[in-house]
Design a protein around this ligand. Structure first.
Ligand code: ATP
Length: 273
């Protein structure tokens, strides 16, 4: 019995350290984008973020791990017939579930809504998937869109990620959820990049970010843990309009303030990963 337990623990350590090792040996950088609360604009942010990176000539792969509401295919206007679960279930090879979008340098592994984590929760399927993508050593950046909340599969992605970006609105309930994320990450991560959506101006995001830093200090979270304020995106009707038309906002409305803010956010993130 003890032997079995030990071997399971060893398996976890090996898998985690293997994934972490790959972060240094693979040319592919892993960026995990998450949010505490749902509906704050994470998927829209991720789609625009990925598009901007791809326009810089970087090869970008987006993994839609928003199991509750996989909608990246809608934002990129692709109709994939395969999803990440065809790979996880062994029905398809990894390269067969990677679909090209209409945008150069931008590929997607589509998600699937309604997955039940329970049956596979001890088999580290998601960290293995990330590891396999890193081993391809083909993409410059892998962006994982985790879905909202802090359930087991979100935690699994966070566990293997050194570059984590949280996007939140400034609603009290969203900030409460983001603080829960900060508390969890402060235990064994070095930092969190923080972005705000639907803000009236940059100052609001920066002020709230400082308040979260102060709260973390007051609650004596690990002092080495760094919360990096990366930027804010204002509300824009054209963001919703573009998404409804299955188009990428920053491509359609290049001169809008929100598009400039998104560009600046990408530049800041690139300096931090
Ligand atoms: N800055 C913004 N200005 C205006 N509308 C926005 C902005 N960001 C996102 N939206 C709109 O808000 C809605 C929710 O966005 P989105 O689906 O990206 O959120 P989400 O956090 O990914 O949600 P979920 O967690 O439920 O998947 C969409 O209709 C989107 O077009």
């Amino acid at each position: 019995m003890l032997d079995v337990k030990l071997s399971q623990a060893e398996k976890l350590i090996n898998l985690t350290s293997k994934a972490n090792d790959n972060l240094t040996i693979s040319k592919t950088k892993l960026l995990t984008i998450t949010s505490g609360k749902g509906g704050v604009g994470k998927s829209t942010f991720t789609a625009n973020f990925a598009y901007i990176l791809s326009q810089k000539g970087l090869k970008v792969l987006v993994l839609d791990a928003d199991i509750g509401l996989a909608n990246m295919q809608v934002l990129f206007d692709v109709k994939p017939v395969v999803t990440l679960f065809d790979y996880i279930n062994g029905h398809k090879k990894l390269k067969e579930v990677i679909v090209e979008t209409k945008y150069q340098n931008l590929s997607l592994i589509a998600g699937k809504s309604g997955y039940q984590y329970g049956s596979n929760s001890n088999s580290f399927i998601f960290s293995r998937l990330v590891e396999d993508i890193l081993e391809l050593n083909y993409y410059d950046i892998l962006i994982v869109d985790t879905g909202a909340g802090l359930n087991d599969y979100v935690k699994e992605f966070l566990k293997v990620s050194t570059n984590i970006l949280a996007i939140t609105s400034t609603d009290p309930s969203a900030l409460t959820d983001v603080y829960s994320l900060i508390k969890m990450l402060a235990i064994d991560k070095k930092s969190l990049m923080l972005c705000f959506n639907h803000t009236k101006n940059d100052l609001i995001g920066e002020t709230i970010s400082n308040s979260l830093v102060n709260l973390a200090k007051k609650n004596r979270l690990k002092s080495e843990f760094v919360i990096k304020y990366i930027g804010s995106v204002p509300s824009s009707e054209n963001i919703t309009r573009a998404a409804r038309a299955r188009k990428i906002f920053v491509n359609e409305f290049r001169q809008e303030e929100a598009a400039h803010k998104l560009q600046n956010i990408v530049d800041s993130v690139l300096k931090n990963i």
